[in-house]
Ligand binder design. Sequence first.
Ligand SMILES: [Zn+2]
Length: 219
Amino acid sequence: MSLFLDLHTHKTKQERDVFAIQSISLTESTFLAMPKTKPIAIGIHPWYAKLEELTKNMKYLRVLARQENVKMIGECGLDSLRGEPIENQLQILEAQLVLAEELQKPLILHCVKTFDELIALKKRLQPTVPMVIHGFNKKQEMAQQLVNQGFYLSFGDAVLKSEEVALTLEKLDHPFFLETDDATINIKEVYAKVATIKKITVDELKDVIFANWKKMGLL
Ligand SMILES: [Zn+2]
């Protein structure tokens, strides 16, 4: 039987039947004590990213991201409500996207009110690695627009809280992922809810999501 996959979490502790990818921000002072075996993602989060530190941070990231347990690059991305001006955030994201492509590792993306900029960046650079937008909580129309552009979507606690997001997921006919992020929920609750939305069993959902993950070549 497949494991539960928690594609994006900030919690360090994990259950045995969950394959969780812990996201670590490079600018945290803890980054030198990086886990060596458990699955992680590492990147420069837009909230903490500073353009003046980009060269230095990319030097570190370039080394750390090669580690075998680094499954994804990120979370990185764009946020119009926090962090540096979008032009700076775009440069910081582009550097990480180029690295992800070089290492052939997928990107886990944070995107707040900047979908147009993100789509434009993807069109310009045309990366071959999967780009997953985490914490997706928008309407069906936006979801469709993003998957049409080749993005993957990952859903978290919004599915439990919002009927609208549940409807987006119900209508979505494209591989997706589930996550807990920094919410105090268990990934199994998210699976249970999504299984109901999709009218399948939890075991079937586990298989579907695990197959999506394998398709990315990461197990
Ligand atoms: Zn996160």
